[in-house]
Design a protein around this ligand. Structure first.
Ligand code: ATP
Length: 443
């Protein structure tokens, strides 16, 4: 299945639009429409709940996008946050060298590699480093003294605040700090819709442990993070781990794993789980001159914790969910987004069969009953079949139809998106029935 089908459904149904479309678009930036933002919020809320509500020792923060520029020197991003790029001298295209070649890119004779765009051989340059951070200036004057960076990851905002958080919340090691927020990278090769964009959202949880307990913590988080994706309705056969080899390992990492999803364009990373050791805290100690050690009262000792990071891309997860859910039901000539009802942007739609005989009035009453419990809309436009198909594409799991029998006995039909099965049930049992169906939803 091609990603283009998802792109066009996303536009048609109001999930995702190309940024600045009336100006011809703005590359690698996307805007989220009414269904897209709700789906994105539903995913991030589930993550936030999983992290902070279900773990007594994990708390949340929200740090600034702009931070002291020294943070990025300390973290190594000013010096080492680079992508190696090769240019094609013929067609002027640019590529990330590690994306052109599977093997160790150092050993490659680039003159023997074919340009994937124009097909010429002998035209690619040797790789050159390119820094991915967006720079800006703070205040009125634009010079070197007031440079600031848009954060390329949310993690550093957690590290520089971790002692304040630990003190304020009286946390004992091991503990975690979670954050959801925007990150920015001047990606050269931005492609595959919202998979790689220049502005994106990360959901990161940094887990602080005693050195020596880091390997166990990493293994535990690897297990737990996989369960999260299954909760989102993603089948485990579409997920796998990929361990970073020596040439891939980031400068700060002792061990690193990606969770990969099988996208229509192949297996690709949606989340990284890294053992960052005490690298970042030691660097901040060095660059800020402030002690970053934690004090263990029981043992009366000070130490720099090790950090296990789980770093997930919200937009990539959203794309994984959309790709996973997209289903062409050829038998019934319809397209269905088989979203898990827990995250579907609209849970219930109420449809009067006709626009007369008092059916719309009953429909509005049913909307009022359901609204406090579920994201509910009212739809009376077009034939009932067309309305159902519209909601199938939007991923709405339940359609409620009001017909003449409703006026007689207060019963409605409840249509299930994936099977198209319809049950006749009394209005007063709707909330319970929908809740039961959501709880027991199986693909
Ligand atoms: P990649 O190798 O694909 O560029 P990365 O290894 O640089 O990713 P990390 O720095 O580990 O990614 O970031 C953690 C997560 O943030 C990734 O797993 C991904 O989900 C998300 N992410 C990173 N870069 C982007 C981007 N440009 N657009 C969307 N999401 C991104």
């Amino acid at each position: 299945m091609s990603i283009d089908k998802i792109v066009s459904l996303c536009k048609r149904r109001g999930f995702i639009f190309q940024s600045s479309e009336i100006y011809g678009g703005f590359r690698a930036v996307y805007d989220y429409g009414p269904l897209g933002i709700t789906l994105k919020n539903n995913i991030s809320q589930l993550w936030w709940r999983n992290m902070t509500q279900l773990h007594e020792n994990i708390v949340g923060i929200d740090s600034g996008i702009l931070m002291h520029p020294k943070i990025w020197e300390a973290s190594g991003h000013v010096g080492a946050f680079n992508d190696p790029l090769v240019d094609c001298k013929e067609c002027k295209s640019r590529f990330r060298s590690d994306e052109l070649i599977d093997n160790d890119t150092d050993k490659i004779n680039w003159l023997e590699v074919q340009c994937p765009k124009c097909g010429n051989t002998g035209k690619l340059t040797e790789p050159r480093q390119f820094n991915l951070m967006f720079k800006t200036n703070i205040g009125a004057v634009e010079d070197e003294s007031n440079i600031a960076f848009l954060r390329p990851e949310t993690a550093q905002g957690i590290y520089v605040n971790y002692l304040l958080v630990q003190n304020a919340m009286r946390l004992k090691i091991p503990f975690g700090i979670a954050q959801i927020g925007k990150a920015f990278r001047n990606e050269i090769v931005a492609r595959n819709f919202i998979f790689r964009t220049r502005e994106f959202e990360q959901m990161e949880m940094q887990y602080f442990v005693k050195p020596g307990n880091d390997d166990d913590a990493l293994n535990a988080w690897k297990k737990e993070r996989m369960i999260f994706y299954e909760e989102l309705g993603i089948n485990s056969s579409k997920l796998r781990f990929h361990q970073h080899g020596d040439s891939e390992l980031a400068h700060y990492a002792k061990e690193a794993w990606d969770i990969e999803f099988e996208f229509p364009f192949g297996w690709s990373e949606i989340e990284g789980i890294h053992n960052r050791t005490d690298y970042d805290l030691a660097k901040h100690e060095e660059f800020s001159g402030k002690k970053m050690e934690i004090f263990d009262q029981e043992k009366n000792e000070r130490f720099l914790p090790y950090i296990i990071e789980t770093s997930a891309g919200l937009n990539r997860i959203l794309l994984a969910v959309l790709s996973h859910s997209y289903w062409e039901d050829k038998e019934n000539n319809r397209i269905v987004m088989k979203l898990h009802p827990k995250i579907a942007p609209i849970t219930t739609v109420v449809c009067p069969l006709l626009k007369k005989d008092g059916l719309p009035e009953i429909g509005h009453k049913v909307v009022e009953i359901l609204k406090p419990h579920f994201n509910t809309i009212y739809d009376q436009q077009g034939s009932i079949g067309k309305r159902y198909y519209r909601q199938d594409e939007a991923g709405t799991p339940f359609c409620i139809t009001i017909d003449h029998q409703t006026s007689d006995d207060n019963s409605v039909t409840l249509r299930h998106r994936d099977t198209q099965k319809q049950d006749r049930i009394p209005i007063e049992q709707l909330i319970k029935t929908i809740n039961d169906n959501m709880e027991n939803f199986n693909e």
